[in-house]
Design a binder for this molecule. Structure first.
Ligand SMILES: [Mg+2]
Length: 310
């Protein structure tokens, strides 16, 4: 039993990194771009088209999504528990290192003067300044690791999202994905579509439409282009689509990556869920071995396992 939990635990964070690294290959691309640059689809890291955007990363590197997930993991490993202020500090240090691919809302929040002392107040103010409109997927893209904490999943998912993304649509997305991952990894009954909608209603009714859409669609592409690029609910629906409709890790990875849009983030969230569902052993070796910073990821996962699983 314990080794199965460990396999799904590792599968979740590897899934996130792999989805992010391969998804970079189609990030911001339309259907037409993808069929021009990848006539037979994108399947391997070494196919990643080297245009101005993509050649800033080496093949097999992940982007901001996994960087921020690792900020949370590193802070938890340091504290041997969850300290929101230390997670915020790790976010800020990372933002100040001029990372590639950082989202505009995230950058704005993390670089406001007294963020490190009052992250929740600063994050709330930034949301208020957006006239309560900003609901990007920057909280959702890093929430996988929260599902691996042994307890208080909902409270931790809410707070860690609010460190940069205050909108209830962002917070609700994070809670649903973290609770789903937690249940899958620890072998608890995963939330059904109806249970997810019950959770969603506590945050914003609009989330329910995206859950239903994910359930109903047989193809992922209409979900990717259903609404704004980078919108948290688009990423949520793509990730849930993969959970319900993909019959293997690889099938879900390739479907989401080859749909384009905000592909690195969509695939990072989708594949964290698929890794938690199918386990590390079910991830094809080439995706694991092709990750440029595999050793960093292994070290972080091993430290986190020591804290989370007794
Ligand atoms: Mg990214």
């Amino acid at each position: 039993m314990k080794h199965e939990i460990i396999d799904r635990f590792r599968g979740c964070l590897y899934g996130q990194a792999i989805g992010d690294a391969l998804g970079l290959g189609t990030e911001c691309m339309t259907d037409e771009d993808i069929s021009w640059k990848y006539p037979n689809g994108l399947q391997h890291y070494n196919q990643i088209y080297q245009d101005r955007h993509r050649k800033r990363w080496e093949i097999g590197d992940w982007t901001d999504d996994t960087d921020m997930m690792l900020c949370i993991a590193d802070a938890v490993n340091e504290d041997k528990g969850v300290n929101f202020l230390n997670i915020a500090k790790h976010f800020k240090v990372w933002a100040e290192s001029m990372p590639m691919g950082i989202g505009s809302h995230t950058y704005k929040v993390l670089t406001i003067g007294d963020y490190a002392e009052k992250p929740f107040e600063v994050s709330y103010m930034a949301w208020k300044m957006s006239r309560y409109q900003s609901a990007a997927n920057g909280g959702l893209m890093r929430t996988s690791v929260v599902g691996l904490f042994p307890r208080e999943t909902t409270a931790c998912a809410e707070k860690i999202c609010q460190l940069t993304h205050y909108d209830p649509r962002c917070v609700g997305s994070c809670v649903i994905v973290s609770e789903l991952i937690h249940a899958l990894v620890y072998g608890i009954e995963p939330p059904t579509r109806y249970k997810m909608k019950d959770i969603a209603k506590q945050y914003d009714m609009e989330i329910c439409d995206y859950i239903d859409n994910a359930w109903a669609k047989t193809d992922v592409k209409p979900l990717v282009y259903y609404d704004n690029f980078g919108y948290t609910l688009v990423t949520l629906s793509v990730a849930l689509w993969a959970y319900w409709h993909a019959s293997s890790f690889e099938e879900g990875l390739l479907a989401v990556v080859n749909a384009g849009g905000d592909a690195d983030t969509n695939a990072a969230v989708a594949c964290a869920i698929l890794g938690a569902k199918y386990g590390f052993h079910a991830i094809p070796k080439e995706y694991v071995d092709g990750l440029l910073y595999k050793e960093t990821l292994d070290k972080t996962i091993d430290n986190l396992l020591n804290i989370c699983i007794k």
